[in-house]
Design a protein around this ligand. Sequence first.
Ligand code: B12
Ligand code: SF4
Length: 499
Amino acid sequence: MKKILLFNPKSAERKYRVPNSVLQIAASIDHLAEWVIVDGNREADVFLTIRQYLLSGEFGYIGFTVMPGPQLKQAAPLAKKIKQEFPGIRMIWGGYFSSNQYTAVLNSGYVDFVVNGPGDHAFPALVNALEKGEPYEMIHNLIYRNGSEIIKTPKESLFEQEDLADLPYDKLDRLYPMPQYLGKTYLGKKTLAYHSSIGCPFTCSFCAVVPIYEAKWKAKSAEKVYRDVKYIKDKWGADAIEFHDNNFFVSEKRAVDFARLITKENMNWWGMARIDTMSRFSDDSLKTIRDSGCRMIFFGAESGNDAVLKQMDKGGTQSGEQILAFAERLKQFDIIPEYSFVLGTPAPTPEQVMAQIDFDIQFIRRIKAINPKTEIIIYTYSPVPTEGSALFEEAKAKGFRFPETLDDWTNPQWEKFDLRKNPLTPWLSPEMIDKIRNFETVLNGYYPTVSDIRLGDLKRKLVRFVSGLRYKTCFYQYPYEIKLLHRAWQYRQPEIQGF
Ligand code: B12
Ligand code: SF4
């Protein structure tokens, strides 16, 4: 079997994380073929490194994981160069961008296959078939071209996560020493990124997870997660955990079981959740979770307006009142709620779009008044291609279109699109975008995020002082002095840097 190169494009300037996507794919082929991972985050000249491997003539397949934004920016031109110099190599893309925007990916002419969603079975099956010259048309989760036609094979139901092979951390460590993947965060000095479940049981209409996982979720057991974490703690000294699951807290029992197991390890941890799900957790559960080291939880609050929550299809059980009540309730457990909002969803008239933005700005202020420790993350709505969802249909009806080529996707305007900063949605006027961004700047000035560990007490006090009058008088326009401080200190925005 020819060797396989797996590539994780650059996604961060610092605070590199364990490249779980390609590591999990590596686990799936470990029994089948020799592989290497190339991590764009940890290479000075990534093309040179990849080229050296490929020049050996031993490699037959190259797999890219691609998220929108910076990863795509590195991936697209690199893939083109590789395919030009090594036309015989099979180029296979996976990950969220590839699965959701497969037409643009396959139109590029240099990607041979897209793995649509989980690759744990599809990838080994595909390389095996290609190696032996056998048909691949029956393999699930594939998208490829047949002449002018794009073929999508059926989706496989989600498999038990317990049955997957262990992640090959030791082999990764030989390629890129693990300690450098355990970054310093506000949680700890050596923070491990771990992914303990796949998919999500909900169908929020703005979320990129939905078209891929179609409301399905499968998780590793609390014991398995604990064993993996403990291994990394004992071997490389991890002292904190960031759970990268879309929705870590789907099961109260699993979350509490894990909390009980991890308590003795004295590690801080963080994960993502839904407000309606966790509102139903008992006080005992919340206490156990906090006592075990969970300091902050990321919640998709999205909006305080019940009609917008309905438009977003938040499962029908989340409401503005619940969002406020839960921020209040978490105070007694000393868990910081990290609430993310999606502003700028479409409405019938521009006045209604603006009124909605104003409403949510006021709503965010109410949350801060109730629980000032709440971290607020503001995204602008960037459509995701969930065919049939009311929100995506409304976006299309208002003239929104995705780019059709990778060159368009990597132009600076679209590159920012999935950073959810410059959404290119026709119903948002520059005035509306300015209003959102200016409010965000003043809010971040008055309430600096705790997750920026380089911001000392003095800087926090200064920026809060400078922003105070604006925040108190609701005057958000032209906040240049705050922007200047943020730029000078390279203020870390979770929206852009990830979480
Ligand atoms: C970790 C993470 C990051 C990390 C970097 C990850 C890295 N690779 O280095 C950081 C924090 C830097 C990051 C940044 C961003 N991220 Co991000 N990120 C994630 C997160 C939480 C986990 C990814 C992960 O490791 N998953 C674990 C693996 C095992 O799962 P997986 O990737 O799905 O892999 C499976 C399949 O997809 C497939 N597969 C994946 N890759 C490949 C490759 C091959 C060859 C094959 C065959 C198969 C395959 O097989 C795998 C195993 O089954 C996901 C959400 C999620 N839970 O997945 C968001 C997510 C991918 N990110 C997203 C986004 C938008 C971003 C940003 C662009 C914007 C933002 N504000 O968050 C920024 C970019 C900022 C920047 N400066 O780069 C979105 C993508 C949405 C979309 N429209 O496609 C997601 C889905 C979050 C969300 N729900 O919105 N991110
Ligand atoms: S709960 Fe979160 S991950 Fe799940 S569909 Fe909604 S936004 Fe996406």
